[in-house]
Design a protein around this ligand. Structure first.
Ligand SMILES: C[S@@+](CC[C@H](N)C(=O)[O-])C[C@H]1O[C@@H](n2cnc3c(N)ncnc32)[C@H](O)[C@@H]1O
Length: 265
């Protein structure tokens, strides 16, 4: 049988490679037999696209119920992949960041989606407050449900709207840590995130994409990008990179990368 790229979100199998109907059906039936919890099979027909980072999915097999609960590290996320962004491939990155958070931190999540980063953090560190901003109303609604589902009320506050409008009014000079999980806006969000750090001191989890010729992050290229942004925005603060890693490969040679930037230490 031909191997096809896929991901499983809750009870939904999403096939990411296209093929003829016979190959798709064989693949889907095999996966459903091996993993009886798969109830619905969809074919991804576009890339993840647009500001809301959604994709088009075509129904192939099973139940026509597109809302599902994805379980990860003991947390549960309810969502509909037709309307919202969610990637199981970010699971390790969520846990990595959650493990870094200390007691009493105030955290800003600019691009919170259905809430998985914010919830993963609170489940590890009950003494923190996370302001979670999201522009997609459907994702905001799922985020509210997920906060309840995971008993994170009181720790996560949802702001439904554009981070670039909300943040300058509400969050300057207020946070210990800022999450920027949207490579598409990496250039625009970094200077604003710096302005949000309390006393100019804290950590920014910057996500970018880069075209890599090897399997390693090109740290010099990353520093050049940061310094270019600093020069353009006339930012003169000292910074260091405490961690960098490839989160996943988006295409051959194109990596989704996590950069932890420490400022004011
Ligand atoms: C790549 S997704 C990441 C979502 C979430 N952090 C996760 O890991 O599942 C980026 C999210 O940012 C949202 N978004 C895009 N532009 C935004 C903006 N200007 N303000 C707030 N949210 C935005 C999208 O709707 C999407 O849900």
């Amino acid at each position: 049988m031909r191997a096809l790229a896929f991901e499983i979100i809750g009870s939904i199998l999403i096939i990411r490679d296209s093929a003829n109907d016979k190959v798709l059906k064989e693949f889907a039936e095999d996966k459903m037999k091996k993993h009886p919890y798969i109830k619905t099979v969809m074919l991804q027909t576009t890339k993840i696209q647009g500001q809301e980072r959604t994709r088009e999915l075509k129904f192939l097999l099973g139940n026509k119920n597109f809302e599902t609960i994805h379980r990860e590290h003991g947390n549960q996320y309810i969502l509909n992949p037709l309307d919202t962004f969610f990637s199981p491939r970010l699971s390790f990155e969520r846990q990595r960041i959650a493990n870094l958070v200390k007691k009493n931190e105030v955290i800003l999540n600019f691009f919170a989606g259905v809430g998985p980063f914010s919830i993963a953090i609170v489940k590890k560190q009950k003494n923190c407050l996370i302001h979670s901003i999201e522009i997609n109303e459907k994702s905001c609604n799922y985020m509210r449900k997920n906060i309840e589902l995971n008993n994170c009320e009181g720790n996560i506050i949802v702001y439904c709207g554009d981070a670039f409008e909300i943040v300058p009014h509400k969050f300057l000079n207020s946070a210990n840590r800022v999450l920027l999980p949207l490579p598409l806006e990496s250039e625009r969000s970094l200077p604003l995130a710096i302005e949000c750090l309390d006393g100019g001191r804290g950590t920014i989890h910057w996500q970018i994409t880069d075209n890599l010729s090897s399997k390693a992050v090109n740290l010099n290229a990353v520093k050049n990008s940061i310094e270019k942004i600093f020069a353009r925005e006339k930012i003169s603060t000292e910074y260091s990179i405490s961690e960098h890693r490839i989160i996943r490969w988006i295409a051959p040679h194109i990596a989704h990368i996590a950069i932890d930037i420490e400022l004011g230490y």
